[in-house]
Design a protein around this ligand. Structure first.
Ligand code: IMP
Length: 454
């Protein structure tokens, strides 16, 4: 498989601050893929997928699991809360999705323990007004233990005695930290260990190396889909640090996570909303307070899948998007929730960041705290009165909506290959004649054929 460039692979990732609608895109495409891989983050992610009248909120398991034909993988750079994974699998099976024999978790992925979650909450509380606004799932503390080389990894779930010894030692150390640094109550280690051991019995059969399995898929010419969590602006290195998650969300992280050559990844499709949202803290230059922001939140149903928190809403930020397209090497953009902008009289797009001393920045600064002092420079475009809901052909869009898409493309320098005009699968428009658009057309067609099959 060395150096094999997979014409069959595709990587889908968030191009903003998460919650862009990756779940819909991955679900739309995944029937055309034999293997679907999650490569970063943990159950801080929440991918919402509507399938017929069923509704799935996936946090750890790749969205491809919903299609019977896909084999799913979770990579080494993920952090896995075994209790959350067991609960998610049980929920899927209750909804009629067969997970058995279709999911493999890398033994190199990091385990999140109950004490990581307690530490996450305690640290956030201690940060007070400068809190990150984490999802409170223990993500940061688990990655911290990984970097300190004292983490437990998924492979230990297959070794009961080692699991007991290592988990107790680490949780004792966490409990000391909780007490001494945060005066927070300790976690019940005995009870935590019992639930870890129960989860280990259920998850052990799923543990296996990802790289060789993906290599075999590539040898067979199987299409592979890599599914990123969070988004480029939440990337640990290239996002709005420190208001970021604790893993890399960029395409290259998929190769690291799976232990495969970068050439196997295929082109990157960045998913972006026609406006911007973020949850948690951190500077947000285009944030809209008041009625328009409330309207986007209500119409776009902008409440977190994982935490239920209302999301902060803002105008599309073309400065951040252009930067994301560059660092993510995006081959195309899937633009989501265009219909949420229906009926607005005018629509604004940030095209530059003006600093306090009058300079205009073409890209976000490396230190996100500097964003506090910038003023976005806006272009104002006319809105459209007519609805775009459910439109599947570009020619049927109101002229102002078409102009919005063209404006977008000019500023990003990347083609918009997919436009979502509603939450349902069929409310999707594939746009243009780029190689990527043609591939998406093929993949969506497979979905339609599968849906039509008796
Ligand atoms: P953590 O990943 O829980 O440590 O949270 C760090 C930051 O990333 C917070 O601002 C979270 O709201 C944000 N975040 C983490 N996961 C997601 C996601 O899946 N969607 C949107 N924001 C996220």
């Amino acid at each position: 498989m060395k150096g094999r460039s997979s014409q069959q692979a595709l990587l889908v990732l968030g191009g903003q601050w998460g919650d862009e609608g990756k779940g819909k895109v991955v679900d739309l495409l995944s029937a055309g893929f034999r293997a679907v891989v999650r490569y970063n983050g943990g159950h801080n992610a929440g991918h919402t997928v509507k399938f017929g009248d069923r509704h799935f909120a996936l946090h750890l398991v790749p969205s491809g699991i919903i299609h019977g034909g896909s084999r799913c993988y979770m990579g080494a750079c993920m952090v896995v809360d075994p209790l959350a994974l067991v609960a998610e699998i049980a929920d899927l099976e209750e909804k009629g999705v067969d997970v058995n024999g279709r999911l493999t978790v890398s033994p190199r992925a990091t385990l999140i323990l109950p004490t990581h979650q307690a530490l996450d909450v305690a640290r956030e509380r201690a940060r007070g007004t400068s809190s990150i606004g984490t999802t409170g799932r223990g993500i940061g503390p688990a990655y911290q233990d990984l970097a300190q080389r004292r983490a437990l990894r998924v492979g230990v779930l297959t070794e009961p005695e080692q699991l007991a010894a290592d988990a107790v030692a680490l949780m004792q150390s966490h409990n000391r930290e909780l007490d001494l640094l945060f005066a927070a109550p300790p976690v019940d280690i005995e009870q935590s260990l019992r639930s870890l051991q129960d989860a280990a019995r259920m998850l052990s059969p799923l543990v296996g190396e990802i790289g060789p399995a993906l290599g075999r898929h590539a040898e067979r010419g199987d299409p592979i889909l890599f599914e990123g969590a969070q988004g480029i602006m939440l990337d640990l290195y290239h996002g709005t640090y420190p208001y970021v998650t604790s893993s890399s969300c960029l395409p290259g992280a998929a190769a690291v996570s799976c232990g495969i050559p970068v050439g196997m990844l295929g082109p990157a499709l960045g998913v972006m909303k026609a406006y911007v949202t973020r949850v948690g803290g951190g500077p947000f230059p285009t944030e809209i307070e008041g009625a328009v922001g409330d309207r986007l939140r209500e119409r776009g149903n902008e409440f977190g899948t994982t935490t239920g928190r209302p999301r902060r809403c803002g105008w599309f930020d073309a400065v951040a998007a252009r930067y994301a397209a560059r660092v993510g090497g995006l081959a195309g953009v899937a633009l989501m929730k265009l219909d949420v902008l229906d009926g607005l009289e005018e629509i604004r797009v940030a095209v530059g960041y003006r600093t306090a001393d009058g300079r205009v920045l073409a890209e976000p600064p490396a230190d996100a705290r500097k964003l506090e002092d910038i003023e976005p420079e806006y272009a104002t475009l006319p809105g459209w009165g007519a609805t775009t809901r459910g439109i599947t052909k570009e020619g049927d869009l109101p002229p102002a909506a078409r102009a919005y898409l063209e404006f977008f493309e000019d500023h990003l320098g990347v083609p918009i290959v997919l436009v979502s005009t509603g939450p349902r699968r069929e409310e999707t428009l594939i746009r243009g004649r780029s190689a990527l658009a043609d591939r998406l057309r093929g993949a969506v067609h497979t979905v339609e054929e599968a849906a039509a099959a008796p």
